[in-house]
Write a protein of this length. Structure first.
Lengths: 490, 441
C-alpha cells in the first residue's frame, strides 16, 4: 500500500510538472498521461510450455496545443528532467506543426473531471498463481492431444493490468485501473493439399474481456479442447463450401468482426474528416448522410457503448478525460451518429462521444472503437436455421478484408455448415462471403436475442501512424442475412 | 540523450549478470522515433517518442522464462531478472532452444545516417510542406506522414554473443486526393537527406490527376502490370506463409525445394547486407544475418531459419530470428526480387487489354498453403488498352494465388523501387507484367 501511495504521489508530481513546463514553454492547452502496464503471457504448444513472459511498460505522454497546432512527446522516464524535456519537446513540435497550419485546433467543451475508475473483477487475475494458469493450458492441451491427426496444438492466456492517470491544463485529474483477462486455443490439422485451423473461443489467438480470472474459467478451454481438435481434423476432408447467392447466418464471433470492419471503422469521425486518408482510409458515411441514410434493415441497431460491462472498450473516461458514454450509431437501420474526439466533434458543432484512446504512453490518443455492439434482436440461432431453405452457417473468422472506404468486404471463416430445408446438413470448408456494407446490412432479417448475445474482444485493431494496436469490444449475437454471395477459396 | 554503444551494451550486460542460475540472453533496445502527419494540406498530428526496452530470456533446468521492461520508471531498470526467473520457475520442463554462440560477424554494415538521427521537427514540417505546396499548386489536397527513426540494439548472451547496431530510417508517404480520385507515392531512405519530397509529391499528384472520374469495370481475370507498391504485398505474404522454415516444418508452406513453381524470371532472396534494403548485421538472437535465396529462376531454393528451426532441420541458422521464444518462426526483413530488362513503358506496351495497379490494400491470407490472398486496389488503377494506359477504373477486389500469379510472369522491369511491407520490412521490388490476376468484385 505504501508503495502504491508513493507511486500515486509520483504520478501526481509528474503530471503537475509536465503541465507546468508545457505552460511555461507556451502551451495554450496541455494534457498528460502517465501509464504503467503489466502483462502476463503464457503459451503452450504441442504439450510443452513455449514460454512464460512477464512485461512491464511505463512512461509519460505530453500533448499540447501551441499557436493552434498539436505537438506530442512521450518518454519512458519519470524523473523531473525527462518530464521537462518531453513537455518542451511537445511544445517545439507543436510550433513546427504551426508552420503548416490551415485552421487552429478547436476543442469541443468538456467539464474537467476528477475521479477514479477500476474494472470490476470477481478475482484479480494477478492474484491467481501462474501454476493455476498453466494448469488450465496444460489440461486443454491434453484434451486436444486425445484427437489424432493434429499437426499443431497451441493455447495461450494473457492478463493485463494498466494504471493510467490523466491530467489536463483545464483541471481534469483522473486515475483508472483497467484489468483484462484473455485466453484461447488453436488446433491445426494438415494434409498434402489442406491446412485447417479451428480456434476457440475466437480466432487471432484468444478472446479477451475487461474482467478477472472468472472470465477465463467461464471459457472452459479444457472442456472444448477435444471438440475443437476434432473439428480441425474433420475440416480436412469436409466438402468444399457451395457457391452462389444464398442465406448466410453468422455466429457471434464473425458477426462481431463484421460489425468491427463495416460499422465500427466507418463511424470513426477522424476517418470521415480525412485524418486517416493516407493510411487507414476514409469512410462512406459522410456527415450529409446523418439521420437519413438507410445503413441496414430495421433489425439493425448499432451502438458504441463504453459503459457496457466486460467490453475491452469499457472505462471511466477516454484519453481526453471525456466520460464513458453510449452513442447510437445506427438506430433501427438508420445512420445516426459517429464516434468522435473533442477536436472532430467541434468540426460538427457537437460534443465528444468519448472515443479517444491511445494504446500506450508514447502514442497519442486517436478515435478508436470502444464497444461497438449489434444490439440483440428477438430471434435465435435455431430459429434462423429452421427458417433457411438454402444457406450456410459460418463460424469463427479465418480471413478478413475491406476497402479503404469500408464498403467492399470479403470474409472467410474456419467452419461452415451447409443448411438445406431448415437443417444443418454437412460441414463445409474454405467458405468465403462477400458484399457491400449497406446492401449486406439491409439484408439482415434476424438477430438472436439477449440469451445468445455476448461481448467479444478484438485485440489487434490497427490504426494510426505510428501504428497502434487497440483492444476493442463488440457485443454481438448470431444474425442472418439473405441473398449473399458465397464461394469457396480457390 | 541517447546511449552510446558501450552504455547500451552495459545495460544488457548488467541485466544478464543478474541471472541467478542457468544461462540467458539480454536484448536492450533504445528507440527514438518522430512522425509528422498531414491531412487536408495541414499538419494535424506531430509526435515523438523515446524509450528503452530490455528483454531478458533465462534458461535453466530445461525451463525458459522471459521478462521484458519498457520504460525506466524513476530512473533504473530493476527487477527484470527476478521477473524472468519467476517466469522460468513456473514454465514447466520443456525443450528450450539453446542460445547461439558468437559467430564473429561484422556489425559495421548497418543502415545509419547521422542526418536522420539529428533530424528536427522543423525539417519534417518542411518536407511535409514540400508535398502540401505541390498539392496546393494543383488544386488538390495532400495527406501523409514524414517519419524519422533511430534504433540502437545491444544483444548479449551467456554463450559469448555481444552485438550492437545503430540504425536509422526515414519514410515519407503521401496520398494526394482530388474531387474524384487519388494518387499515392512513398519514399524510404537511410538518410533523411535522401528523401526527395518533391519527386514523391510530383508522382502522387500526377497519379491523382490521371485518376479522376474512374469508370466501373467488370470483374474478371485480367493481365496486369503491378507497380512495386503492389508487388511488395505479394512478396511480403510469401515471406510469412512460405519462406519461413517453421511454416515448412508445420506443413503450412507451399515451398517444395527443387521444384519449379514460378516463372524463370522470378528470383527472390533476402539480402540483409544489401545497402539498398536497410542492411542490418544480426537477428534477435545475435546471429549474423545471411543472404538466403528463396526462389532462384522460379525454383524453390531455401528457407529463412532461426536457431530452433535450424536445429530441427539439422542446418545452421540464417540469422532471421524474431525474439525467442515465439510462435511465428523466422522472418525475412530485406527481401529483394531480381530486376528484369524491360522499361515500365515496355511492360505496359506488352498488354493488349489489362490493368495497371498502383497499390494494393488490406491484403490478407485466404488460404496460406495455396498462397491465396485477397485485397483491394487503391489510389490508381488504370485500364490498359492496346499497350497504353487508357483511363482510370474504380478500385477492385482481387482474390488470387500468389504462386499461380508468379508462374505466369511475362515481364519484369529493370527499375526497382524500395517499399515497405505491412510490418515495415524492406522490400526491393520491380514492376511486374503478370499474365492473369483474378478480380472478383
Amino acid at each position: 500500500m505504501a508503495e502504491h501511495s508513493l507511486y500515486s504521489r509520483l504520478v501526481r508530481d509528474v503530471a503537475a510538472r509536465a503541465l507546468d513546463t508545457a505552460a511555461a514553454a507556451g502551451a495554450h492547452y496541455a494534457d498528460c498521461r502517465v501509464v504503467n502496464r503489466t502483462v502476463q503471457s503464457l503459451t503452450v504448444k504441442n504439450g510443452e510450455v513455449l514460454g512464460v513472459e512477464l512485461s512491464e511498460d511505463s512512461g509519460v505522454g505530453v500533448r499540447v496545443i501551441v499557436d493552434g497546432a498539436w505537438g506530442f512527446a512521450g518518454v519512458g522516464r519519470l524523473d523531473g528532467a525527462s518530464v521537462d524535456g518531453a513537455a518542451q519537446d511537445a511544445v517545439r513540435i507543436a510550433r513546427a506543426s504551426a508552420r503548416l497550419l490551415r485552421d487552429p485546433v478547436r476543442l469541443a467543451p468538456v467539464t474537467p473531471a476528477q475521479g477514479e475508475y477500476r474494472t470490476p473483477v470477481e478475482r484479480d487475475p494477478f492474484d491467481v498463481s501462474l501454476e493455476d494458469k498453466m494448469d488450465v493450458l496444460l489440461r486443454t492441451d491434453a484434451a486436444m492431444a486425445r484427437v489424432s491427426g493434429l499437426r499443431v496444438r497451441q493455447g495461450s492466456l494473457e492478463f493485463v493490468k494498466e494504471e493510467r492517470s490523466f491530467a489536463s491544463s483545464e483541471g481534469a485529474s483522473l486515475t483508472q485501473t483497467i484489468i483484462e483477462s484473455g485466453g484461447g486455443i488453436d488446433a491445426t490439422a494438415t494434409s498434402d493439399s489442406e491446412v485447417q485451423t479451428r480456434s476457440f473461443p475466437n480466432s487471432f489467438g484468444r478472446h479477451q474481456v475487461c474482467g478477472g480470472w472468472e472470465a477465463v474459467l467461464a471459457m472452459d478451454l479444457p472442456g472444448n479442447g477435444e471438440r475443437i481438435a476434432e473439428e480441425a481434423v474433420a475440416l480436412l476432408t469436409a466438402a468444399v463450401c457451395p457457391e452462389g447467392r444464398m442465406t448466410v447466418i453468422l455466429d457471434g464471433t464473425q458477426a462481431a468482426l463484421q460489425v468491427h470492419e463495416s460499422c465500427g471503422h466507418p463511424t470513426e469521425l477522424d476517418r470521415v474528416l480525412g485524418f486517416e486518408a493516407a493510411f487507414a482510409g476514409t469512410s462512406f458515411l459522410t456527415p450529409d448522410l446523418l439521420g437519413s441514410f438507410r445503413y441496414g434493415s430495421e433489425q439493425v441497431t448499432l451502438t458504441a457503448d463504453a459503459t457496457r460491462p466486460t467490453g475491452l472498450g469499457t472505462f471511466g473516461w477516454d484519453d481526453e478525460g471525456v466520460p464513458a458514454q453510449r452513442t447510437v450509431l445506427v438506430d433501427a437501420g438508420v445512420f445516426r451518429g459517429y464516434m468522435s474526439s473533442r477536436e472532430t466533434a467541434a468540426v460538427l458543432g457537437t460534443t465528444s462521444s468519448g472515443a479517444m484512446r491511445a494504446d500506450s504512453w508514447p502514442r497519442i490518443p486517436v478515435i478508436r472503437m470502444t464497444n461497438v455492439n449489434l444490439e440483440p434482436g428477438d430471434s435465435s440461432l435455431e430459429e434462423m436455421i429452421a427458417g433457411t431453405e438454402r444457406g450456410v452457417y459460418l463460424e469463427t473468422n479465418r480471413s478478413w478484408s475491406i476497402d479503404d472506404r469500408r464498403l467492399n468486404f470479403q470474409f472467410g471463416t474456419q467452419n461452415g455448415w451447409e443448411i438445406a430445408d431448415g437443417r444443418r446438413v454437412r460441414l463445409v470448408r474454405n467458405a468465403l462471403y462477400s458484399g457491400r456494407t449497406p446492401e449486406f446490412w439491409r439484408s439482415c432479417d434476424a438477430v438472436a436475442g439477449p440469451d445468445e448475445w455476448r461481448m467479444w474482444g478484438v485485440v489487434n485493431c490497427g490504426k494510426g501512424e505510428p501504428p497502434q494496436a487497440m483492444h476493442v469490444g463488440h457485443g454481438a449475437a448470431p444474425c442472418r442475412f439473405r441473398d449473399v454471395h458465397v464461394e469457396p477459396a480457390r | 540523450v541517447s546511449r552510446t554503444r558501450d552504455e547500451l551494451l552495459a545495460v544488457a550486460t548488467e541485466a544478464l549478470a543478474e541471472i541467478a542460475r542457468g544461462e540467458g540472453e539480454a536484448i536492450a533496445m533504445e528507440a527514438d522515433s518522430q512522425l509528422t502527419r498531414f491531412a487536408n494540406n495541414t499538419i494535424h498530428q506531430n509526435v515523438a517518442e523515446s524509450s528503452l526496452q530490455v528483454r531478458l530470456r533465462v534458461i535453466a533446468e530445461q525451463r525458459v522464462g522471459v521478462a521484458q521492461v519498457r520504460g525506466e520508471g524513476t530512473g533504473s531498470l530493476t527487477g527484470v531478472a527476478a521477473a524472468a526467473e519467476q517466469a522460468r520457475v513456473l514454465a514447466g520442463v520443456s525443450h528450450p532452444s539453446p542460445l547461439p554462440g558468437p559467430d564473429h560477424g561484422d556489425d559495421a554494415l548497418v543502415a545509419f545516417s547521422a542526418a536522420t538521427k539529428g533530424a528536427t521537427p522543423e525539417q519534417r514540417a518542411d518536407l511535409a510542406g514540400t508535398v502540401v505546396r505541390a498539392a496546393e499548386r494543383s488544386g488538390v489536397l495532400a495527406y501523409g506522414s514524414m517519419k524519422t527513426t533511430t534504433t540502437r540494439t545491444a544483444i548479449v548472451n551467456s554463450s559469448g554473443v555481444r552485438r550492437f547496431a545503430e540504425s536509422t530510417e526515414a519514410d515519407l508517404i503521401t496520398v494526394i486526393r482530388g474531387d474524384d480520385g487519388a494518387g499515392y507515392a512513398a519514399r524510404h531512405a537511410i538518410s533523411v537527406d535522401d528523401i526527395d519530397a518533391a519527386a514523391a509529391a510530383a508522382e502522387a499528384v500526377d497519379t491523382c490527376q490521371r485518376n479522376q472520374g474512374a469508370a466501373p469495370l467488370e470483374p474478371g481475370v485480367y493481365e496486369v502490370v503491378l507497380a512495386p507498391y503492389a508487388v511488395v504485398d505479394l512478396l511480403d505474404h510469401l515471406g510469412w506463409v512460405g519462406f519461413n522454415a517453421l511454416a515448412k516444418q508445420e506443413h503450412r508452406s507451399f515451398m517444395r525445394l527443387g521444384e519449379r513453381l514460378m516463372s524463370e524470371s522470378v528470383t527472390i532472396s533476402d539480402e540483409p547486407r544489401d545497402p539498398g534494403v536497410f542492411p542490418y548485421p544480426f537477428d534477435y538472437e545475435g546471429v549474423s544475418s545471411r543472404q538466403v535465396a528463396f526462389v532462384a529462376n522460379g525454383v524453390c531454393a531455401g528457407f529463412a531459419y532461426d536457431t530452433p528451426t535450424a536445429l530441427s532441420d539439422g542446418v545452421e541458422s540464417t540469422g532471421h530470428s524474431l525474439p525467442q521464444p515465439n510462435t511465428w518462426g523466422p522472418y525475412a526483413r530485406h527481401v529483394v526480387m531480381r530486376e528484369g530488362v524491360s522499361s515500365v513503358d515496355e511492360l505496359i506496351a506488352g498488354v493488349k487489354r489489362g490493368l495497371y495497379v498502383t497499390r494494393l490494400w488490406y491484403v490478407r491470407d485466404v488460404h496460406p498453403l495455396r498462397t491465396i490472398i485477397t485485397g483491394m486496389t487503391r489510389e490508381g488503377t488504370f485500364l490498359i488498352e492496346d499497350g497504353k494506359l487508357a483511363h482510370p477504373v474504380r478500385d477492385l477486389r482481387f482474390t488470387q494465388s500468389i504462386v499461380d500469379a508468379l508462374a505466369d510472369v511475362r515481364g519484369v522491369s529493370r527499375d526497382r523501387h524500395l517499399a515497405l511491407g505491412e510490418d515495415a520490412s524492406a522490400v526491393l521490388a520491380p514492376w511486374l507484367h503478370l499474365g492473369r490476376f483474378a478480380f472478383t468484385s
